[in-house]
Design a protein around this ligand. Structure first.
Ligand SMILES: Nc1ncnc2c1ncn2[C@@H]1O[C@H](COP(=O)(O)OP(=O)(O)OP(=O)(O)O)[C@@H](O)[C@H]1O
Ligand SMILES: [Mg+2]
Length: 188
Protein backbone atom coordinates (compact mmCIF):
# COMPACT_ATOMS: atom_id res chain seq x y z
CA UNK A 1 0.00 0.00 0.00
CA UNK A 2 1.23 3.53 -0.80
CA UNK A 3 2.17 5.83 2.06
CA UNK A 4 0.72 8.72 0.09
CA UNK A 5 -1.60 8.43 -2.88
CA UNK A 6 -3.25 11.29 -4.73
CA UNK A 7 -5.80 10.96 -7.48
CA UNK A 8 -6.99 13.62 -9.92
CA UNK A 9 -6.00 16.51 -7.67
CA UNK A 10 -6.87 19.96 -9.09
CA UNK A 11 -6.87 23.52 -7.79
CA UNK A 12 -7.91 26.75 -9.52
CA UNK A 13 -7.30 30.31 -8.38
CA UNK A 14 -9.76 32.59 -10.17
CA UNK A 15 -9.29 31.91 -13.86
CA UNK A 16 -5.94 30.11 -13.52
CA UNK A 17 -5.34 26.40 -12.95
CA UNK A 18 -2.47 25.98 -10.45
CA UNK A 19 -2.69 22.17 -10.12
CA UNK A 20 -4.29 20.23 -12.96
CA UNK A 21 -5.44 16.63 -12.47
CA UNK A 22 -2.34 15.34 -10.66
CA UNK A 23 -2.14 11.68 -9.67
CA UNK A 24 0.80 9.91 -8.03
CA UNK A 25 1.69 7.28 -5.48
CA UNK A 26 4.59 7.37 -3.05
CA UNK A 27 5.64 4.25 -1.17
CA UNK A 28 7.03 3.98 2.35
CA UNK A 29 10.75 4.82 2.39
CA UNK A 30 10.71 6.59 -0.97
CA UNK A 31 12.22 9.98 -1.71
CA UNK A 32 10.72 12.07 -4.52
CA UNK A 33 11.53 15.54 -5.86
CA UNK A 34 8.94 17.70 -7.57
CA UNK A 35 10.56 20.06 -10.06
CA UNK A 36 9.15 22.80 -12.25
CA UNK A 37 9.61 26.49 -13.10
CA UNK A 38 8.35 29.37 -10.95
CA UNK A 39 4.57 29.28 -10.79
CA UNK A 40 4.34 25.64 -11.91
CA UNK A 41 2.20 24.77 -8.86
CA UNK A 42 4.70 22.98 -6.58
CA UNK A 43 3.83 24.92 -3.43
CA UNK A 44 0.11 24.67 -4.22
CA UNK A 45 0.44 20.88 -4.46
CA UNK A 46 2.17 20.79 -1.07
CA UNK A 47 -0.61 22.98 0.37
CA UNK A 48 -3.15 20.47 -0.97
CA UNK A 49 -1.28 17.47 0.40
CA UNK A 50 -0.75 19.04 3.82
CA UNK A 51 -4.36 20.22 4.08
CA UNK A 52 -3.54 23.94 4.17
CA UNK A 53 -6.06 24.38 1.35
CA UNK A 54 -8.73 22.11 -0.09
CA UNK A 55 -8.83 20.84 -3.70
CA UNK A 56 -11.51 21.63 -6.28
CA UNK A 57 -11.35 17.98 -7.35
CA UNK A 58 -9.48 14.82 -6.46
CA UNK A 59 -8.47 12.93 -3.34
CA UNK A 60 -5.53 12.47 -0.96
CA UNK A 61 -4.96 9.14 0.82
CA UNK A 62 -2.51 8.53 3.65
CA UNK A 63 -1.69 4.89 4.34
CA UNK A 64 -4.83 3.95 2.42
CA UNK A 65 -7.16 6.25 4.36
CA UNK A 66 -8.88 9.15 2.64
CA UNK A 67 -7.79 12.39 4.35
CA UNK A 68 -9.07 14.81 1.70
CA UNK A 69 -11.54 16.38 4.13
CA UNK A 70 -9.17 16.47 7.13
CA UNK A 71 -7.60 19.78 8.26
CA UNK A 72 -3.83 20.13 8.50
CA UNK A 73 -3.50 19.39 12.23
CA UNK A 74 -5.39 16.10 11.82
CA UNK A 75 -3.03 15.10 9.00
CA UNK A 76 -0.02 15.99 11.21
CA UNK A 77 -1.46 13.69 13.86
CA UNK A 78 -1.40 10.94 11.22
CA UNK A 79 2.31 11.54 10.58
CA UNK A 80 2.27 13.96 7.64
CA UNK A 81 4.29 17.12 8.29
CA UNK A 82 5.58 19.85 6.03
CA UNK A 83 8.05 22.69 5.88
CA UNK A 84 7.25 26.04 4.33
CA UNK A 85 8.88 27.84 1.39
CA UNK A 86 8.94 30.88 3.68
CA UNK A 87 9.80 29.59 7.12
CA UNK A 88 7.14 29.23 9.79
CA UNK A 89 9.46 29.50 12.80
CA UNK A 90 9.25 31.83 15.81
CA UNK A 91 12.14 34.22 15.02
CA UNK A 92 12.64 35.62 18.53
CA UNK A 93 12.71 32.20 20.18
CA UNK A 94 15.88 30.12 20.33
CA UNK A 95 16.33 27.04 18.17
CA UNK A 96 15.71 24.72 21.12
CA UNK A 97 12.59 26.64 22.16
CA UNK A 98 11.15 26.23 18.67
CA UNK A 99 11.84 22.49 18.72
CA UNK A 100 10.47 22.16 22.26
CA UNK A 101 7.13 23.61 21.18
CA UNK A 102 6.86 20.96 18.47
CA UNK A 103 7.88 18.20 20.90
CA UNK A 104 5.19 19.37 23.33
CA UNK A 105 2.55 19.30 20.62
CA UNK A 106 3.34 15.65 19.94
CA UNK A 107 1.14 13.09 21.62
CA UNK A 108 -0.97 15.64 23.44
CA UNK A 109 1.72 16.76 25.88
CA UNK A 110 0.57 19.90 27.65
CA UNK A 111 1.99 23.26 26.71
CA UNK A 112 3.96 24.62 29.64
CA UNK A 113 4.26 28.08 28.14
CA UNK A 114 5.51 29.77 31.27
CA UNK A 115 8.09 27.17 32.27
CA UNK A 116 11.69 27.30 31.13
CA UNK A 117 12.76 24.34 29.02
CA UNK A 118 15.61 23.70 31.46
CA UNK A 119 12.96 22.97 34.15
CA UNK A 120 11.66 20.00 32.15
CA UNK A 121 14.43 17.41 31.77
CA UNK A 122 12.49 15.12 29.44
CA UNK A 123 11.46 17.97 27.15
CA UNK A 124 14.99 19.36 27.01
CA UNK A 125 16.47 15.92 26.30
CA UNK A 126 13.98 15.27 23.49
CA UNK A 127 14.53 18.71 21.96
CA UNK A 128 18.33 18.37 22.08
CA UNK A 129 18.10 14.93 20.46
CA UNK A 130 16.17 16.47 17.55
CA UNK A 131 18.74 19.27 17.21
CA UNK A 132 21.54 16.68 17.05
CA UNK A 133 19.61 14.75 14.41
CA UNK A 134 19.47 17.84 12.19
CA UNK A 135 23.09 18.85 12.86
CA UNK A 136 22.17 21.97 14.85
CA UNK A 137 23.16 20.93 18.39
CA UNK A 138 25.67 23.76 18.61
CA UNK A 139 23.03 26.34 17.68
CA UNK A 140 20.55 25.30 20.40
CA UNK A 141 20.56 28.58 22.28
CA UNK A 142 20.78 30.95 19.33
CA UNK A 143 17.72 32.96 18.39
CA UNK A 144 16.19 31.88 15.11
CA UNK A 145 16.57 35.35 13.59
CA UNK A 146 20.35 35.01 14.11
CA UNK A 147 20.58 31.70 12.24
CA UNK A 148 21.66 31.47 8.62
CA UNK A 149 18.89 30.85 6.09
CA UNK A 150 20.03 27.27 5.46
CA UNK A 151 20.08 26.56 9.19
CA UNK A 152 16.48 27.77 9.47
CA UNK A 153 15.52 25.32 6.74
CA UNK A 154 17.23 22.54 8.72
CA UNK A 155 15.35 23.65 11.83
CA UNK A 156 12.03 23.37 9.98
CA UNK A 157 12.82 19.74 9.21
CA UNK A 158 13.57 19.34 12.92
CA UNK A 159 10.14 20.71 13.83
CA UNK A 160 8.52 18.16 11.53
CA UNK A 161 10.56 15.34 13.09
CA UNK A 162 9.84 16.61 16.60
CA UNK A 163 6.14 16.45 15.81
CA UNK A 164 6.58 12.72 15.14
CA UNK A 165 6.30 12.89 11.35
CA UNK A 166 6.71 9.74 9.30
CA UNK A 167 6.03 11.53 6.00
CA UNK A 168 7.75 14.82 5.20
CA UNK A 169 6.80 17.40 2.57
CA UNK A 170 9.65 19.88 2.14
CA UNK A 171 9.11 23.06 0.12
CA UNK A 172 12.52 24.20 -1.15
CA UNK A 173 14.74 22.68 1.55
CA UNK A 174 18.55 22.82 1.39
CA UNK A 175 18.78 20.19 -1.37
CA UNK A 176 22.09 18.46 -0.64
CA UNK A 177 21.60 18.43 3.12
CA UNK A 178 17.98 17.22 2.89
CA UNK A 179 18.92 14.49 0.41
CA UNK A 180 21.76 13.24 2.61
CA UNK A 181 19.59 13.22 5.70
CA UNK A 182 16.64 11.61 3.93
CA UNK A 183 18.86 8.79 2.72
CA UNK A 184 20.01 8.26 6.28
CA UNK A 185 16.45 8.29 7.66
CA UNK A 186 14.84 6.22 4.92
CA UNK A 187 17.50 4.04 3.26
CA UNK A 188 16.01 2.84 -0.01
N1 LIG B 1 -3.43 32.06 -3.01
C1 LIG B 1 -3.34 32.23 -4.33
N2 LIG B 1 -4.21 33.02 -4.99
C2 LIG B 1 -4.13 33.16 -6.34
N3 LIG B 1 -3.21 32.57 -7.11
C3 LIG B 1 -2.33 31.79 -6.52
C4 LIG B 1 -2.33 31.57 -5.10
N4 LIG B 1 -1.31 30.72 -4.78
C5 LIG B 1 -0.69 30.42 -5.94
N5 LIG B 1 -1.29 31.06 -6.97
C6 LIG B 1 -0.91 30.94 -8.38
O1 LIG B 1 -0.86 29.54 -8.67
C7 LIG B 1 0.25 29.27 -9.54
C8 LIG B 1 1.18 28.25 -8.90
O2 LIG B 1 1.85 28.87 -7.80
P1 LIG B 1 2.82 28.09 -6.82
O3 LIG B 1 3.21 29.05 -5.75
O4 LIG B 1 2.16 26.83 -6.41
O5 LIG B 1 4.05 27.76 -7.79
P2 LIG B 1 5.50 27.17 -7.41
O6 LIG B 1 5.75 26.06 -8.39
O7 LIG B 1 5.58 26.84 -5.98
O8 LIG B 1 6.43 28.40 -7.76
P3 LIG B 1 7.86 28.84 -7.11
O9 LIG B 1 8.92 27.99 -7.80
O10 LIG B 1 7.99 30.28 -7.49
O11 LIG B 1 7.80 28.63 -5.63
C9 LIG B 1 0.91 30.62 -9.84
O12 LIG B 1 0.37 31.12 -11.05
C10 LIG B 1 0.48 31.47 -8.68
O13 LIG B 1 0.43 32.84 -9.05
MG1 LIG C 1 6.78 27.42 -4.43
Amino acid sequence: MSALAIQGLSKRFGGGVAVDDVSLEIGRGELHALIGPNGAGKTTLIHLLSGAIGPDAGSVRLDGRDVTALPMHRRVARGLARSFQITGLFPKFSAIENVALAVQARGGRHFGCWRAIADDDELERDARAVLSEIDLAERADMRVDALAHGERRQLEVGLALAAGATDLLLDEPRPAWARAKANAWWPC
